[in-house]
Design a protein. Structure first.
Length: 328
């Protein structure tokens, strides 16, 4: 199983994002993950990095008169190391407490994108802090950022968000999995790189964490792709009087709901699209829920379960019920 941990699992609403807060949240997340290892699952864990990479950029900008600034790809790499350290330490502690001997590896991961992706010419992903009009104009001149206005809060930098094509460290991830390691990889969607003339180099972009996680899950051939987010279910008419949760839904049904506009682009949309991508590529099941309901959802008593049409039509049990404990 691959579990994509949302950034909100490490920095929750109302928190400042201190190391202490993030470590405490990482340990809570680790408890849920270790519960699934106890159930017999072999796991790869991916994670978001939105708040952390924003903080890295802000530190880089504010210290630019004393030390050289960092590019966005390097900030992404730094955030992978930061979050990977906290998750790996938390997982190791919880494994020891549970009496489980599983090696934990945090792997800085690169994701290849195309330099010709149309998204590279149309930046849309907001990152970093908000600026005043004067600050925004200065940053448009030098270093030449793309800036958009948020009428309520000011101005903000936007960068491209291209589609992930390939995970550079895929073979290493497979090898570590075959040795029984619990992996933390592909943080923040991976560091965006392009391959030109046989060489890799980073680009100023961000990759959607769930899209990259779906790609990795498909290439690894895992049974279940689980997305941990800030809601316990995928909802129709979310935050409206008619709001209702989806418990078990087929690919075709979910596609209809998506076409009807139930899943906004900046919220549940990318998660639903990533789920559909994984299932169309041969995946057995996607589970979407909050991290505090993760174990119950994988065991079948909570969360939204998305399955291929043929599975739904046959009334088959979800993937987590098809093998005995320890059978993965």
């Amino acid at each position: 199983m691959l579990i994509a941990v949302g950034g909100n699992s490490l920095i929750r609403a109302g928190e400042k994002g201190t190391v202490g807060e993030q470590l405490a949240n990482a340990r809570r997340t680790a408890v849920a993950i270790i519960g699934l290892i106890g159930d017999g699952y072999h796991l790869v864990v991916t994670h978001g990095n939105g708040p952390q990479v924003g903080a890295q950029l802000l530190r880089s900008e504010r210290a630019a008169d004393q030390v050289p600034g960092q590019t966005l790809d390097v900030c992404g790499a730094a955030s992978q190391g930061e979050i990977g350290y906290m998750l790996a330490q938390s997982l190791e502690d919880e494994l020891a407490a549970a009496g489980l001997r599983v090696p934990v590896v945090s792997l800085v991961t690169q994701t290849i994108v195309s330099a010709d992706d149309p998204a590279m010419q149309h930046p849309t992903k907001p990152i970093g802090p908000f600026y005043s009009r004067l600050q925004a104009e200065e940053r448009k001149r030098l270093p030449g950022w793309e800036i958009v206005e948020d009428a309520a809060r000011g101005y903000r930098r936007v960068v491209p968000s291209p589609e992930p094509i390939e995970i550079v460290e895929l073979d290493v991830i497979r090898s570590l999995m075959s040795q029984g390691a619990l992996l933390v990889a592909c943080g923040g969607g991976g560091i965006p790189v392009v391959r030109e003339n046989g060489r890799l180099h980073g680009v100023e972009a961000v990759i959607d964490k769930d899209r990259a996680s779906a790609l990795l899950a498909s290439q690894l051939g895992v049974d279940i792709f689980a997305i941990s987010t800030d809601t316990d279910y995928v909802y129709l008419d979310y935050k409206k009087p008619a709001q209702r949760p989806l418990s078990r839904v087929s690919v075709s049904e979910l596609e209809k709901h998506h076409s009807a506009g139930h899943f906004p682009p900046g919220n549940m949309g990318p998660k639903v699209e990533s789920a559909l991508h994984f299932l169309r590529a041969g995946g057995k099941e996607v589970v979407i829920t909050s991290y505090d309901h993760l174990c119950d959802a994988i065991r079948g008593s909570a969360g939204t379960h998305i399955v291929p049409d043929e599975t739904a039509e046959a009334g088959a049990q979800p993937a987590h019920s098809e093998a005995p404990v320890g059978g993965r």
